[in-house]
Design a protein around this ligand. Structure first.
Ligand SMILES: [Zn+2]
Length: 376
């Protein structure tokens, strides 16, 4: 198959996370798994993804393609040098960083400044969790939350919700009284010295409505995790089709929703939403690079079945280790190049249209929808 060479395009990575501090490194196995269970992480070494990744990272670090040799190479190169190598291969024009992944051992987002300019993604559940511990009344909490997400400052280019991971995408109407009840319940837990987790439907659903409204007011896109991701999510409730009432709600027709993770495995469903609703965009992150090569290609092919080229974006969803960014950028370009070349072969696109589509998906759509970074 003829392949489009996309190596010249610098990717605008519209969704990623920080990496670990050098004194708290993750193994390559851990970095390329979404599991928490140690046995599941070990089993992850037997995926096509991991077999491929071992060879590619070994090539980058010029060592044997074994886990032991790679971990030794990572140690001897050190954090700064492996970051530099991974990012000079990845060639990312900008990074939009979500620091809310709740891992207390991460470097701040500024650690990326040596390799790319950064902006921030504000995770509304993190904002809410922090404010519950600071405010004792519901009205004070609501006021501070609204201010925080409606005036997040110039560094923030998107809002984000992880409701899919907590209570599911079948978001109901906002019920203030029921949400307030959850707020007081969580306050009680805090007063008893317990840690709190925002996983009670009335408050989580209420928060999504607040985020959708703030996104409309500010013009910032609202990123929504859909499909696979954290291991504890209920995948049945992460189907982006469940979002339809929210996406279509008259109050949010001006809110731009970005469906993250390609909605995998509900890629066609997500692509259909992006096709029929003017305010829905689709991201290919996490599916790239965590699937087999065939899986990545089929995911992009499925997205391209209906998604307008102007509404498809690539993120790395890189996290924890710089190798995630390296592999996501490599396979973002390669798999997209293969899918677009196939579209040319099929007669769906001309060669010129395929090249323009690649620019759009890897960089220009993010510039346009988020308004940053300025044109290169
Ligand atoms: Zn993410």
């Amino acid at each position: 198959m003829r392949v489009l060479d996309l190596s010249a395009i610098a990717i605008v990575d519209h969704h990623c996370h920080p990496i670990r501090r050098p004194d708290q490194p993750v193994t390559l196995r851990e970095a390329f798994s979404e599991a928490v269970d140690p046995q599941a992480i070990a089993d992850g070494a037997e995926t096509l993804l991991f077999r491929r990744t071992l060879r590619e990272v070994a090539e980058l670090y010029q060592c044997e393609p074994t886990e032991a040799a790679i971990e030794e190479a990572r140690r001897s190169l050190g954090g700064d040098e492996s970051l530099r190598r991974c990012f000079s291969e990845a060639r990312l024009a900008a990074l939009f960083v979500d620091e809310g992944i709740g891992d207390g051992q991460l470097l701040p987002a500024e650690a990326f400044l040596s390799v790319a300019p950064i902006r921030r993604v504000l995770r509304v559940e993190s904002v809410a969790t922090a404010l519950i511990s600071e405010e004792s009344t519901w009205s004070a909490f609501v006021e501070r939350l609204r201010t925080a997400i409606a005036t997040p400052g110039p560094q923030v280019v998107a809002l984000k919700t992880i409701v899919a991971y907590r209570t599911g995408l079948d978001v109901g109407p906002a019920d203030d009284a029921a949400a307030a009840e959850v707020f007081f319940h969580l306050r009680q837990q805090l007063l008893r010295g317990r840690a709190i987790r925002l996983a009670h439907r009335p408050l989580n659903d209420w928060l999504v409505h607040e985020a959708a409204r703030a996104a409309r007011q500010t013009g910032l896109p609202l990123q929504v995790h859909t499909g696979f991701g954290d291991p504890d999510l209920d995948l049945r409730r992460a189907n982006p089709l469940l979002l339809r009432p929210l996406l279509d709600h008259p109050a949010y027709r001006e809110t731009r929703f970005v469906l993250l993770h390609a909605g995998y495995p509900f890629v066609r469903e997500a692509g259909w939403l992006a096709w029929v609703l003017p305010n829905v965009l689709l991201d290919l992150g996490l599916a790239i690079p965590l699937l087999s090569v065939g899986g990545m290609r089929r995911t992009i092919d499925a997205a391209l079945e209906l998604t307008p080229l102007s509404k498809l974006l690539l993120s790395t969803d890189g996290a924890l280790a710089p190798e995630r960014f390296f592999c996501a950028a490599r396979w973002g370009r390669r798999a997209l190049g293969e899918s677009l070349a196939a579209a040319v072969g099929d007669g769906d696109l001309t060669a010129g249209e395929a090249e323009a589509a690649a620019e759009a998906i890897l960089a220009e759509n993010a510039r346009r929808w988020y308004g940053w970074p300025p044109a290169a």
